[in-house]
Design a binder for this molecule. Structure first.
Ligand code: SF4
Length: 259
């Protein structure tokens, strides 16, 4: 069933299980290129780039989600303001808007569609734009498209009345920049009010996720796509990013580890 304006929330692709081991980065494209010895006529499907993390989706990939070829339980959203590793420049940057990515599998960076053993992609015929564009012997193509035309939650679900309003409300109440400011100030005086605000955001985020699962019947794995990663994880990633920025050589912070 597709995700379009005419469907209700109950028509969303239903995940069978929860599983979110978010990998933020696809890997540094130039490092990927270094692993390739020489130009080749075509991809040998060695799986090296797939093991460095799943791709971010672009508008060209919209039909994959709408047609259920990639279910929302396999996705997570990096929200505006979160720190992400930019594999083109190799540095941490703050996301300027939604980045919808395919989750990793079994606690690794590897894309969850990568089969064990033969390095086979389970959706190879329908693999997303970034997978079709990333050729490890020449990363110019992926570097051109990487930051352009990213798919957003608005593209996919703004037509689903009720659900979309919930997402907007969550986005406003759990705005990443607001969380960052509260976190930075929560330890200093007067800490009490800010710490309480932060605790209220955490409570709201947790309760909303539980609510859509228990009351609306959505499966838990979908909440990473609908509302982004839990605020608790965003906070942890934020703290790691800040400490990485402080310890890394100027302008070249280390890649952000999984959330
Ligand atoms: S979707 Fe397929 S080709 Fe793309 S990263 Fe995942 S396993 Fe690799």
């Amino acid at each position: 069933m597709g995700l379009n304006a005419s469907v209700s929330t109950s028509d969303l692709p239903m995940p069978a299980q929860r599983g979110c081991e978010p990998s933020i980065a696809r890997g540094d494209f130039r490092q990927v290129m270094k692993t390739s010895s020489s130009p080749r006529p075509s991809c040998s499907r060695c799986g090296t780039c797939c093991r460095k993390g799943g791709p971010a989706l672009h508008r060209e990939d919209r039909h994959l989600v709408e047609q259920g070829l990639i279910h929302t339980r396999h996705l997570y959203t990096i929200r505006r303001g979160e720190w992400v590793h930019d594999p083109v420049t190799g540095v941490l940057v703050q996301a300027s808007g939604d980045i919808i990515k395919i989750k990793g599998g079994s606690g690794t960076w590897a894309c969850r569609f990568l089969e064990d053993g033969p390095n086979a992609c389970r959706i190879y015929a329908d693999r997303p734009l970034e997978c079709r564009t990333l050729t490890c012997w020449n990363t110019a193509g992926i570097e051109r498209v990487y930051a352009i035309g990213r798919l957003t939650r608005e593209d996919l679900i703004s037509g689903i009345a009720g659900l979309w309003e919930l997402i907007i409300e969550h986005q406003e109440r759990c705005d990443v920049e607001r969380i960052r400011r509260l976190r930075m100030q929560a330890d200093g005086p007067p800490a009490g009010r800010r710490a309480r605000e932060l605790a209220e955001i955490l409570r709201y985020d947790t309760e909303l996720r539980n609510l859509v699962v228990c009351r609306a019947g959505l499966e838990a794995g979908m909440t990473d796509f609908l509302f982004g990663r839990p605020v608790q994880q965003v906070l942890r990633a934020m703290e790691r990013a800040v400490s990485g920025l402080m310890t890394a050589p100027t302008g070249t912070p280390d890649r952000l580890p999984p959330g």
